[in-house]
Design a binder for this molecule. Structure first.
Ligand code: CO8
Length: 377
């Protein structure tokens, strides 16, 4: 079968209206912890309960590189009597929150790609969580944008975007679709445990979208040939979120810490960095590309020290911010959207022929890489 040549022709980034700084988050967490410790003083003294430790904005910036994050809804997050965002309930007839985020990013990607909705044949909504099981958020987005063909959701935590880009690549390469819209509406804040000192700072909300199409139809002024895609998974319990549709019948409390995002951050750091570095090295070598030929690395944005370690393992030195841009200082970890935000904000300066890699790594474990080359305008 003749494989079509496939390009990324547009990327869109939608940022939510609210910003939460480390200082705001730490002030509210510390006020909550102080109250908890006072309310539980006798149990803490008797050893029945453990006192909540205090958080610090300096620790967060140093350990993770995160300085602030966006929130789809800020109300409730900093309220020590609530410690979770207060999301309104929308009627079945209204556009759901996550679909709205997705549509906002998708419209921007379509403009960048110079593409009409009528030219898209498939919509993939790929992210860490979907607001509901069915109808798929992707089908709601498809309907809102009046796109023909098929749409489906896929969940691969932090690697959802790269795994969906591989699906999009395969669909266009085989000729089954002309163009595919991959959208990552990462509404992470509902799953963050804002009463957990170790993870309350990690995540932010955002939506990204990418148009993938055949090079024959591309009308974009910034497009990239996809040279190769590589996705792998390896089971790990080190990053989990246990709340699911069976929680109702197992009578589990949705507020318990293990129902929300939780991780063994140190282990993740130690295990995932070498996996991601090896993954990129293997992928590049199968394509006959040397590491130092890469002009840009759009890496997953979980922790600045992880990104420095991965690039150092491969390059033998720290990557510069120009080579491996960091966006997590403003956005925090936005699950699968992180590497796409980096791509969105840092690609227009590349010249024809420049090579780059979009790479994700995270829960599952899951690792995905897409190697691309800038085309002539
Ligand atoms: N303030 C002050 N001190 C703190 C804080 C805090 N907030 N947190 C921890 N400390 C203390 C600890 O208690 C510890 O003290 P001591 O040495 O006395 O025991 C000390 O600081 C060091 O703690 P750690 O060893 O835990 O700190 P690290 O340096 O390892 O940094 C990180 C913690 C930042 C979490 C780091 O380990 C990390 O980033 N690891 C990688 C994690 C990662 O990438 N995870 C990916 C998860 S995301 C994903 O895969 C997708 C999931 C889907 C999305 C979910 C959306 C909700």
């Amino acid at each position: 079968m003749h494989k079509k040549s496939v390009v990324i022709s547009g990327v869109g980034l939608w940022t939510p209206p609210y910003v939460v700084s480390n200082e705001e988050l730490v002030d509210s967490y510390n006020a909550w912890a102080k109250q908890y410790n006072a309310d539980n003083e006798s149990e803490i003294l008797s050893g029945e309960k453990v006192a909540k430790p205090f958080s610090s904005a300096e620790f967060i910036a140093k350990a993770s590189g995160i300085k602030s994050r966006y929130a789809y809804v800020k109300e409730g997050i900093l309220d020590i009597t609530r410690m979770r965002p207060k999301l309104s309930v929308r009627k079945d007839e209204e556009l759901s929150h996550q679909a709205e985020m997705a549509v906002n990013a998708a419209k921007k990607a379509l403009v960048e790609a110079n593409k009409e909705a009528a030219e898209i044949d498939m919509v993939i909504v790929a992210c860490a969580y979907t607001q509901r099981s069915y109808p798929a958020i992707a089908i709601e987005v498809q309907s809102e944008l009046q796109i023909q063909g098929q749409a489906f959701d896929m969940l691969v935590a932090c690697s959802a975007a790269t795994f969906a880009l591989q699906r999009a690549y395969d669909a266009v390469a085989s000729g089954s679709c002309r163009s595919v819209l991959v959208i990552n509406p990462e509404l992470t804040s509902p799953q963050v445990n804002y009463t957990d000192r170790d993870s309350h700072f990690i995540f932010g909300d955002v939506a990204t979208a990418v148009v993938v199409e055949s090079s024959d139809s591309c009308k974009s002024s910034h497009s990239y040939n996809i040279l190769g895609t590589k996705c792998v998974t390896s089971y790990s319990n080190n990053i989990r979120s246990n709340f699911g549709y069976t929680s109702r019948v197992t009578d589990e409390n949705p507020y318990e810490a293990d129902k929300l995002f939780h991780q063994n951050g140190r282990k993740v750091f130690k295990e995932v960095c070498p996996m991601a570095a090896d993954h990129i090295a293997t992928h590049l070598s199968t394509l006959g590309i040397q590491v130092n030929q890469l002009r840009r690395w759009w890496l997953h944005q979980a922790n600045i020290n992880m990104n420095l370690l991965i690039s150092k393992k491969l390059l033998g030195r720290d990557a510069t911010l120009d080579e491996a841009p960091i966006v997590l200082d403003r956005f925090a970890n936005t699950a699968s959207a992180g590497s796409i935000i980096a791509f969105s904000e840092h690609h227009k300066d590349l010249e024809a022929g420049d090579l780059g890699v979009i790479c994700s790594f995270g829960a599952g474990y899951s690792i995905g890489s897409i190697v691309i080359q800038k085309r002539d305008a």
